[in-house]
Ligand binder design. Structure first.
Ligand code: PEP
Ligand code: MG
Length: 582
């Protein structure tokens, strides 16, 4: 092997193929001043280019089939909307008029000004908006330069089954075309796990690495490479034995995925006949569909931040349509809709003002909703209206006190009364639960259980706050230990509070979607797990083959200091030791 590069794997798959480098083909942007009487024609030329750009996105949208393409549709639609944004089109026209400069130059200036505004506010969501803007305007620049379309020109082969595409960044338009051409894998130099390309790759199940620095310089055209999404590695120039090893690994991975699906249809009971419940985490149409096909008992977590990402601010009706669509797809299985959990590492543009000195400890989750009642009202009304179409539950994020719950519940009641007065038939019993994801909430779980209809444990945040490690900081990743005794003690406490008050306790953080930690949770008596649909088959098999009594006995002994396990990892290993399964 001649070279190994690293990046961040956004899907765990393996791809083997030859490199195709997708380079933007430098567009030179002409800059010149206009005579007074040429201004009107230049504005018309700009409008025409915007119009053709929109038409291009519309054609792509029309070509998208039904089914798994919903994510692509939403992203393409977002780009199409950017081309109608007055901040872009009207302000560019104004520049042509007032500065008497050509359309390309005016567009570059206006787009850069907007992108700089996004850049100043360091945040993943804003970075995404900047990326959208850049991609949509570069399409219009191509129209102005008479080089229409995406980066995907005639030199890109039509069949990409053995090709791994390497690019600086990829937009939804490129992703859609590459997926249609059955690309084997994708590598981008920039972008994070929240970039649109990454979201799409997950949705379309294409192996992908992002953040592979200098990949375009270091990887040669047609060079054979291996992409390992699990380890976040690109192995260039592999020899025959490495290739053989990875071919076997890829086949084993594909076989295992198919094989595991067999377990989905089985009744959810452990070997000692303990019933467990599996739910899905879903934000977008195709994920709900996959949840349904996987036979889950419902959706345990619908994050709603996504709705605030592509639109400037989703109004009540557009939210209602999104929630209703989710409820209808799930055909009578309950959908737990979490109210906006903006803040921390995910703050939409419209809420940028809420960015404090320490976002993880700032105005986030329910705190933000209670501080912005108009925004909260729109969301609650939309959720309540969707509940007419099937069972819905409301989940409140980032709780730390009883007072917050009381305020939120009385606000929800007031919204319900308003809607009733308007003649809507709202479910009067609609359950309201809370995320237990702060140490304070875990410690007062008993009091909270008396105020809420259910708990959902957000282990991602709970670990971050209990162990004092920023979940997005690579430097302290090594401390991220779900088996830390402090975590196990708090999880047990939450589970016991739920049982005493007879309310359900679900785990919806990443720990629930890992086949190994799922057994640890089972051992803690946490047998309702909600996870991304891709994780369901492996977790289901792990629990079907588990002995819940043994898991509980081992975890209890460990927590009470009666076991031989040196640490939590040894406990985890023992719980998952296949030789101890029946
Ligand atoms: C969690 O914190 O575990 C959780 C499920 O919520 P999020 O990852 O959206 O913060
Ligand atoms: Mg959380």
């Amino acid at each position: 092997m001649s070279l190994a590069l690293t990046g961040l794997g956004v899907t765990s798959g393996i791809a083997i193929g030859r490199v195709h480098r997708l380079t933007p083909g430098e567009l030179s942007i002409p800059e010149y001043h206009l005579d007074h009487d040429a201004v009107a024609a230049e504005i018309e030329r700009l409008r025409q280019a915007f119009g053709r750009g929109e038409h291009f996105f519309q054609r792509l949208l029309d070509r998208l089939g039904a089914g798994g393409a919903e994510t692509a549709r939403e992203l393409l639609e977002a780009h199409r909307l950017i081309l109608r944004d007055p901040l872009l089109i009207e302000a560019t026209e104004e520049r042509i008029r007032s500065e008497r400069i050509n359309a390309e130059w005016a567009l570059v200036q206006q787009s850069e000004q907007l992108q700089n505004e996004f850049r100043r506010m360091a945040d993943d969501y804003l970075a995404l908006r900047r990326e959208d803007l850049e991609q949509a305007t570069s399409l219009v620049q191509r129209e102005l330069a008479d080089q229409p379309g995406t980066l995907i020109g005639s030199e890109v082969p039509h069949q990409l089954a053995d090709t791994i595409v390497v690019a600086e960044e990829l937009g939804p338009a490129e992703m859609t075309v590459l997926a249609q051409r059955k690309v084997a894998g994708l590598i981008t130099e920039h972008g994070g796990p929240w970039s649109h390309a990454a979201i799409l790759a997950r949705s379309l199940e294409i192996p992908m690495l992002v953040g592979v620095h200098n990949a375009l310089d270091l990887l040669g055209e047609s060079e054979p490479i291996i992409l390992d999404g699990h380890y976040g590695a690109v192995l260039a120039g592999p020899d025959d034995s490495l290739l053989g090893h990875y071919r076997d690994k890829r086949e084993a991975w594909q076989r295992r995925r198919l094989d595991l699906r067999r377990y989905l249809g089985r009744p959810s009971r452990t070997v000692d006949d303990h019933a467990f419940t599996l739910l899905g985490n879903a934000d977008l149409g195709p994920e709900f569909q996959r949840c349904l096909e996987s036979g889950v008992d419902g959706v345990g977590l619908m994050r709603t931040e996504y709705l605030y990402l592509d639109h400037s601010q989703p109004d009540e009706d557009s939210q209602y349509r999104a929630y209703r669509a989710a409820v209808e797809i799930m055909q009578g299985r309950p959908v737990t809709i979490r109210t906006l959990d903006a803040g921390g590492d995910k703050l939409p543009t419209i809420l940028a003002f809420a960015q404090g000195p320490n976002p993880a400890l700032g105005l986030r989750g329910l705190r933000l909703s209670l501080a912005m009642k108009d925004l909260f009202r729109q969301q609650i009304r939309a959720i309540l209206r969707a509940s007419v179409h099937g069972p819905v539950e409301i989940l409140l994020p980032m709780l730390t006190s009883i007072e917050e719950v009381r305020q939120a519940r009385s606000f929800i009641n007031a919204c319900r009364e308003d809607l009733r007065a308007e003649g809507e038939k709202i479910d009067p019993e609609l359950p309201v639960g809370g995320m237990i994801e702060t140490p304070a909430a875990a410690l007062i779980a008993d009091q909270l259980a008396a105020e809420l209809d259910f708990f959902s444990i957000g282990t991602n945040d709970l670990i971050q706050y209990v162990l004092a490690i920023d979940r997005s900081d690579e430097l302290v990743n090594y401390l991220y230990d779900p088996t830390h005794p402090a975590m196990l003690m708090l999880l047990r406490r939450i589970q016991q509070a739920g049982r005493r008050h007879n309310i359900s306790v679900t785990v919806c953080g990443e720990l629930a979607g890992n086949e190994q930690t799922a057994r640890l949770l089972l051992g803690l008596g946490l047998d309702r797990l909600s996870m991304p649909p891709a994780a369901l088959p492996a977790v289901k098999r792990s629990l079907l083959e588990a002995d819940s009594r043994r898991c509980r006995a081992e975890v209890e002994a460990y927590l009470d200091g009666r076991s031989d396990h040196a640490d939590g990892l040894a406990l985890l290993k023992s719980l998952n030791d296949p030789s101890r399964d029946d």
